[in-house]
Design a protein around this ligand. Structure first.
Ligand code: CDP
Length: 216
């Protein structure tokens, strides 16, 4: 269970659905700690590529994760996984990492490892945590659950505008169909389609809903 003292705003959704942008705005406005769980999976994928691990070999990825000396660190109101004192902030956004991350993320042991650490983030304070299974699996008990979505064309255009070459549909398909903790709309999650909406508008909607629920 989450620390009764901590509020958790949980945000899930497919690639480029606006999770990170909105979660950053919301955490800054409310003074909550921001946790990008995709960055955690990306950091493990980056480590696997560096180590020459075959990312489609689930046993090899599990063995790598079991020996992984990564730890959670809070910097400037965000929580990250550091590897030997280093956070590969730029490297984890590469096309190479994007291509393999959803293989690493389907390994049951990896998800268990991540879940323990993600739940422990309440020790850092009130949270805005975003990913693929936060509403369904990491903090299903929070009343503040959101599922962001946008049209496939708009999401692909957003990623292209970031200058990152990637076929989002293939990764979304793997994330939605994997056996362990797939991307789903969780019970009680509010679906927000933000096609054609600015992050300022979307985040203001979410903050208003959270504040109303806290009052109610
Ligand atoms: O930025 P984008 O939305 O494209 O992806 P991300 O949030 O950085 O997540 C990268 C990948 O990590 C996803 O495609 C999933 O394979 C995996 N992931 C996951 O399985 N569960 C999470 N809670 C977060 C990310």
């Amino acid at each position: 269970m989450s620390d009764a003292q901590s509020i958790v705003i949980a945000i899930d959704g497919p690639s480029a659905s606006g999770k990170s942008t909105n979660a950053r705005i919301i955490s800054a406005k409310l003074g909550y700690v921001y946790v990008d769980t995709g960055a955690m999976y990306r950091t493990l994928a980056w480590h696997a590529l560096n180590q020459g691990t075959n990312v489609t070999d689930m046993a090899a990825v599990e063995a790598l994760c079991r020996e992984w000396p990564a730890k959670l660190v809070k910097r400037e109101n965000s929580v990250w996984l550091e590897v030997d004192g280093y956070f590969p902030e730029q490297e984890i956004r590469s096309s190479e990492v994007s291509k393999v991350v959803s293989y690493v993320a389907q390994v049951p042991y990896v998800r268990k490892w991540m879940k323990e650490r993600q739940r422990s983030c309440v020790d850092f304070g009130d949270l805005v945590m975003e990913g693929r299974d936060i509403t369904s699996n990491i903090f299903p008990e929070t009343p503040h659950k959101f599922y962001l979505d946008a049209s496939a064309d708009e999401r692909q255009a957003r990623r292209d505008a970031d200058g990152i070459e990637e076929n989002l549909a293939a990764r979304d398909q793997r994330d939605s169909t994997r056996k362990t903790a797939p991307l789903v709309v969780a019970d009680g999650a509010l679906v927000i389609n933000n096609s054609g909406e600015s992050p300022q508008e979307t985040s203001a909607r979410i903050i208003a809903l959270v504040e109303n629920r806290k009052l109610g």
